[in-house]
Every structure is written in structure tokens, then in C-alpha cells.
Design a protein around this ligand. Structure first.
Ligand code: PGA
Length: 247
């Protein structure tokens, strides 16, 4: 089974549009085989997606707070997300790190909270363009993994890692399959094969399959294209298992 995780980020700006995108995605998911599709809308649309989704797709959040409850204005806890039927939560996305200064230590607290609340965390890791140009791709990723997952027994806990090269996110410049495969192997060498590893960063209907077949990722984290139901549907069709021919 492969994961296709739709990260809507801070989009769209109204409920009508959120419902339209959800309906488009659901229509495609019904004929997709062998995939677990997860929609991660902004918090305010979780209910709309849930109501439309029934059991066709899983629900995810784009972030969570590490305390269960209390005087933390503006935060949403992992337990609250679990209560509104989320099953997954993206943690440590590069946009959280860049715009909100999220550290590996904070990411680790969020991962621990998510696991305690019964959510499956999707830990995002990836190098910036500067780190890449400076010749260091695996070093920041190793730190993000080791510090982000400190204290988590990955053999006993459902955890997903998403490799998202920061320079590839939203730029239309997806990482080459060879380089992505190299990093996927690096992640598996640290964490073993039980942890699912996704690729994200300018994934589209045309390049999606090669990350799964050639680079052996267990799924995809899709941003921009997940807001375009037609292209997202093509992507789902391309990556889903083809029916076996009867002999
Ligand atoms: P993108 O975003 O597909 O638009 O590059 C991916 C992500 O940020 O998760």
C-alpha cells in the first residue's frame, strides 16, 4: 500500500472551495487501488472534509501542539485533533521551520504528543538549497531524524518520514529520482525498513510514479497539485495498482 498525502497548506480561503476540492479528490479516490489517501486541510475545514470523506480518505492535520490542553492561545493539541477524527499529522514541515522558527526539539515534543494521542506523525525532513550547495545534504537530515525522533521506538511505533528537499517545494523543480533514492536509502539505513518514507516537493501526475517505482518511496506528500482535483486525480490513477488481467 502506498500513501498519498494531500497537504493543502493555508488554502483555500472559503468553505465552498474546500468542498469542491474534496469532492474532486473523493471521486478519484473511489477508483484508486492500493493507496491510502490522506487529506490534510487547514484546521477550519477538517469538519467539511470529514463529513464528505466518510471512509474513503483519512484525515490529517498540518501541525499540532505538544501539550494536551491549557493556556496556550492559538494552539491545537494532538488530543483535540484525535477527537475530531484526525489519524495523521504532518510535523516539522519546512514552512513551519522557516516561518515559525520550529526547532528539532519542538518537532520532537510534537511527535511524542502525536504518538501519545494515537495519531501517526509524518515527520518532514530535507535540506535547504544553501545546505545542498555547501555540500551537506545528509547531515541536516540526519539531525532532523535523530533529534526529531529522539525517544521514539520506531520499531514499535507508527511513524512516517517525508523527505522534502526544501528547494523543491512549490518550485516546480522536483528532486531527481536518483538523488531522492539516495536520501531514501539514507533514511532507511538510519531507521530501518519498517518506517514508511514519502517523497515530497513538486510532485505531479507525471513524475509521481518514478518516485514510487524507481526510488522505492512508500508514498508521496503532495502540496500544490492536491488543490487541483483534475491533476490530483490523474496522479492517483497513475500511482494506483492496475487491475490484474484474468488468465
Ligand atoms: P509542493 O509542496 O507539492 O507544492 O511542492 C509539497 C509540500 O510542501 O508538502
Amino acid at each position: 500500500m502506498i500513501y498519498v498525502v494531500a497537504n493543502w497548506k493555508c488554502n483555500p480561503t472559503n468553505t465552498k472551495e474546500a468542498k469542491k476540492i474534496t469532492a474532486g479528490i473523493l471521486a478519484a479516490v473511489k477508483s484508486a487501488r492500493g493507496t491510502e489517501t490522506v487529506i490534510c486541510p487547514p484546521f477550519c475545514y477538517l469538519d467539511e472534509v470529514l463529513e464528505a470523506a466518510k471512509k474513503t480518505v483519512k484525515l490529517g492535520a498540518q501541525d499540532c501542539f505538544w501539550e494536551e490542553s491549557g493556556a496556550y492561545t492559538g494552539e491545537l493539541s494532538a488530543w483535540q485533533l484525535k477527537d475530531v477524527k484526525c489519524q495523521y499529522v504532518i510535523i516539522g514541515h519546512s514552512e513551519r521551520r522557516k516561518y515559525f522558527g520550529e526547532t528539532n526539539e519542538q518537532t520532537n515534543k510534537k511527535i511524542k504528543a502525536a504518538v501519545s494521542a494515537g495519531l501517526t506523525p509524518i515527520l518532514c525532513v530535507g535540506e535547504t538549497r544553501e545546505e545542498r550547495v555547501g555540500g551537506s545534504i545528509t547531515q541536516p537530515i540526519e539531525a532532523q531524524i535523530k533529534e526529531g525522533l529522539a525517544g521514539i521506538d520506531v520499531f514499535q511505533t507508527a511513524v512516517i518520514v517525508a523527505y522534502e528537499p526544501v528547494w523543491a517545494i512549490g518550485t516546480g523543480q522536483a528532486c531527481s529520482v536518483e538523488e531522492a533514492n539516495y536520501v531514501r536509502q539514507f533514511v532507511n539505513n538510519i531507521l530501518g525498513d519498517k518506517v514508511a518514507v514519502l517523497y515530497g516537493g513538486s510532485v505531479n501526475a507525471d513524475n509521481a510514479v518514478s518516485y514510487l517505482k524507481d526510488a522505492k518511496f512508500n508514498g508521496l506528500l503532495v502540496g500544490g497539485v492536491s488543490l487541483k482535483p483534475d491533476e490530483f486525480s490523474k496522479l492517483l490513477t497513475n500511482v494506483s495498482e492496475k487491475p490484474k488481467n484474468k488468465v
